[in-house]
Write a protein that binds this ligand. Structure first.
Ligand SMILES: Cc1cc2nc3c(=O)[nH]c(=O)nc-3n(C[C@H](O)[C@H](O)[C@H](O)COP(=O)(O)OP(=O)(O)OC[C@H]3O[C@@H](n4cnc5c(N)ncnc54)[C@H](O)[C@@H]3O)c2cc1C
Length: 393
């Protein structure tokens, strides 16, 4: 249904000159893959609220799953700027496809690599990297979203195994996942990460329907009814909220790049449309009001590109702190959301159709604004960092 993908990049300040040659090659290869595999089909899948499962193998082949994971475990051993570029290019296509890759890489592979045993790394990482297995990350519960520390999902030590009971909600990839990394508390309220495998008795993953956002991404629940899990499936090297929060840091970093991809696509679409659409005898791009919109879009995109590039440098050096990542995630998603709305207006009535990607990006970003820490929560993180005062409670 969608028009041909004519995107040709968006780099007003030559920020990409700050990248390495390898970074630019990665951009080119992921962009080409998105144009060939995602753009022609994504609108129909989003309209039908269905996840294009056939893309999983290709996502594995282009290295979108866990690109920073070492090669010996099936990853690419790439740096964080490469990871960001991959997320940007995927989200330029669709936030749902980027979400699938983010969850697999940052929320499932990262904790298994960082906190798992050598046996767990060898068992799961290569299969997750290739896409042979899909994973999901279960932190949010029906009554505990922004405050995950309040979770009530529990596991009990039963000798050789643990017994897990509880429910997780809003879980990306849940309906298609082969494994789920679930965060749960023991009798002493200590949070641990536990790997569940599809087929374990008492474990189900019902799909969440009727979403108006991220329609091409599969979302579901994780329902655990006295699931018996071998103790060898517990991540041995992390305890407490630090475990899930460190995964979210990695995923939020990816989102800070990814959301700019959606913004770039909307700017590019709106600019092309404005130059071609004639009203009152001239292209609408010639009217000052439309130029204001377009000029502000490219200004915000440029500022965000510089911010995430610097964040990438800090992350590569191990110096990016969680508050900086929060600021970048919040800013990128905010500017991208505003850009989708302005672009939608520039396209007039055509902007609400699936003929263009703009309205799909707009609706997708509503989820991106909320997940991995809401817009408000990231502001509170910045507020706490600069004042030293906690305004959460
Ligand atoms: C499509 C989608 C996919 C998702 N995928 C996953 C996933 O894969 N895994 C996973 O674990 N979770 C996932 N989530 C869940 C997501 O992370 C939560 O929705 C998010 O953390 C917010 O939680 P909540 O929806 O319960 O909102 P709430 O926490 O109830 O927040 C509601 C509102 O209150 C505000 N608020 C909350 N606390 C405060 C405060 N202290 N001060 C000021 N304002 C506050 C929030 O900012 C928000 O505006 C997903 C969500 C969506 C929509």
């Amino acid at each position: 249904m969608s028009s041909k993908d004519l995107f040709s990049g968006c780099d007003y300040f030559q920020v990409e000159e700050l990248w390495t040659e390898e970074h630019r090659l990665i951009r080119d290869s992921i962009r080409a893959w998105v144009k060939k595999e995602v753009s022609p089909i994504i609108e129909d899948y989003a309209q039908n609220s269905s996840f294009p499962k056939q893309l999983i193998k290709g996502l594995g082949e282009i290295g979108a799953f866990g690109p920073t994971i070492p090669v010996k475990y099936g990853g690419q051993g790439l740096d964080y700027i490469s990871y960001g570029i991959i997320m940007q290019e995927l989200e330029r296509g669709d936030s749902g496809i980027r979400s699938t890759a983010s969850v697999q890489g940052s929320l499932v592979m990262y904790p298994i690599y960082e906190y798992g045993s050598e046996e767990q790394r060898n068992k799961y990482l290569p299969k997750l990297a290739s896409g042979e297995w899909m994973g999901c990350f279960g932190l949010t519960e029906p009554d505990h979203g922004s405050n995950p520390g309040g979770m009530i999902t529990r596991y009990k030590d039963q000798g050789d195994f643990v017994e897990l009971t509880g429910a997780k909600m809003w879980i990306s990839n849940a309906p298609i996942a082969d494994i789920a990394l679930v965060w749960a508390k023991d009798e002493n309220d200590i949070i641990r990460g536990i790997i569940l495998e599809r087929g374990m008795e008492g474990f189900t993953t019902p799909e969440t329907h009727h979403k108006w956002s991220l329609r091409a991404s599969a979302t579901g629940e994780l329902v655990m009814d006295h699931v018996k899990v071998p103790k060898s499936n517990i991540l041995p090297n992390v305890k407490g909220l630090k475990g899930p929060l460190s995964c979210l840091n990695s995923a939020r970093f990816g989102i800070s790049w990814g959301a700019i991809g959606a913004a770039m696509d909307c700017y590019d679409t709106a600019l092309r449309y404005a130059k071609q659409r004639i009203q009152f005898g001239k292209p609408i791009a010639g009217f000052q009001l439309q130029q204001k919109k377009l000029a502000e879009m490219i200004t915000e995109i440029t500022k965000a590109q510089l911010m995430v590039w610097r964040l990438g440098v800090l992350k590569n050096e191990g110096r990016a702190n969680p508050s900086q990542i929060s600021m970048a995630k919040r800013n990128s998603v905010e500017i991208a959301s505003q850009i989708t709305r302005e672009a939608r207006q520039i396209l007039g009535g055509m902007g609400i159709t699936g003929e263009y990607s703009v309205m799909r990006h707009m609706m997708n970003l509503e989820s991106v604004l909320t997940y991995e820490g809401t817009h408000d929560i990231h502001l509170l993180i910045t507020g706490m960092d600069i004042t030293g005062l906690d305004a959460f409670k």
